[in-house]
Design a binder for this molecule. Sequence first.
Ligand code: NAD
Length: 488
Amino acid sequence: MVFQRPAAELLPRHPVIVGGMLETAGSGERHAHIYPGTGTVTAEIRLAGRDDVDRAVAAARAAAPAWAALKGDKRRDLMFRLAALLEAEAQALVPLLVAENGCVAMTAAYMGHDAAQKFRYFGGWADKIEGRTVPTWGRSAHDYVAYEPYGVVGIILPWNGPLFAATMVLAPALAAGNCIVIKAPELAPWSVMRLVELVHLAGFPPGVVNLVTGGADVGAAMVAHPDIAKIEFIGSGATARTILANAAATLKPVGLELGGKSAVLVFADADPAEATRRALSGAVSSNGQGCVNGTRLLIERSIYAPFLEGLGALARQVVVGDPFDPATALGPVISQGALDRISGMVARGVADGGRLLVGGARLGGAYADGYFLPISVLADVASSAEISRTEVFGPVLVAIPFDSEEEAIALANDTDFGLGAYIHTRDLARAHRVAGAMQAGQIQVNGAGEAMIPSVPFGGTKHSGHGRVGGIEGLREFLQVKNVWMGL
Ligand code: NAD
């Protein structure tokens, strides 16, 4: 198979969409988008600027009363129409998803279907948002609780899996009756640009969803804007700290979906083949750049050596390379900077006493100009080492042995993060016990990624954020509570 490159003519051309107008240039900086598979520029984008944010917020604000007042069944029907468009376009989305950040075609192939599922799931909620009545005492009264939209919600997205991240918050925010200003990340803009084009093709009223493709300055303008009632942020903890500080001026709530260093606990009674395959997915999923990837392997000492031997053998079989090739499982990391950072962390992990089981230098030959790294597995790393504690965001796993269930739990919770945890065991009582002891937002027993479906609440504790996407909990993030007390 010949190494493929993105075709520029297929890429969306509207970095700014305001009030239903598709615009070919924003008022901000020019950005040269680099395809990580080759390290070359695919296109130049005229990003949004502060003026565009102001226009987008004004359009969303103007559309908000009618959108909130529209009957839920009408919002549902529009969301179902969008789902149908996404489904029909699933194959056409693949080259955009690959081109924007090196996502492998194998993964990109289900992203359109996944996006459609989210609009169907949350479209189904749009006409079922019910309040409740509350018993009162004292004076005779009738008291009820109503759930209402915020008005204008700002959505700020990361470059890893932007379509996945966008749809997991856009769908519930729309179902709840909010209007949206969404920022596509400049590093990986194409799939979200296309998503908002499809929103308009589906017939959503102008101004309900507005797009501003841009960088930190655009995000900061959204956070500062007095007419954005809530920010939903998906990204790193470092940026989240800045956003929270900046949101203080307008006192707006900020939903936070942040990073992780999720533990994978492998007990001796686990199915070895399944546990190995799932453990390896922590290095492979999203090219190792997934927030909830299980990257800290905690393995019962009695099976530690054979498990790592099997893991190393499987890691060597993973096809690394051209992300357009449907057989490729692991594509490039996002940038030269990311490649250098990851390589530096692996080197320091070795210096800290880690034993490199597999891994090594970046790929050469046809891949030398792209940002390709093989899977690295570091064994015998101390839980206190930098590589055990920091989100690497690359195809890197660390492995630590444990001797007892208590020690496994202590090691798993020995982290600032709290996004996911994975438990591999065939002992049901232990599975419940350990799941109950995990300090993380989502626990998967004998699974890896299967829980990332629209009906299931997902989100973090500790430094991984708060709030949830998915399920009724994800819908409630975009609804305000109003209480009405009526004296009788
Ligand atoms: P990042 O924090 O660098 O950037 C995220 C977004 O914030 C970008 O759109 C960026 O332009 C914007 N931004 C930067 N500075 C800003 C500011 N001052 N004000 C407003 N916006 C600003 O994160 P990233 O590198 O794009 O993404 C990777 C991170 O995202 C990882 O930590 C990953 O774990 C996390 N992530 C979390 C989830 C989740 O659901 N929990 C999903 C995907 C990614």
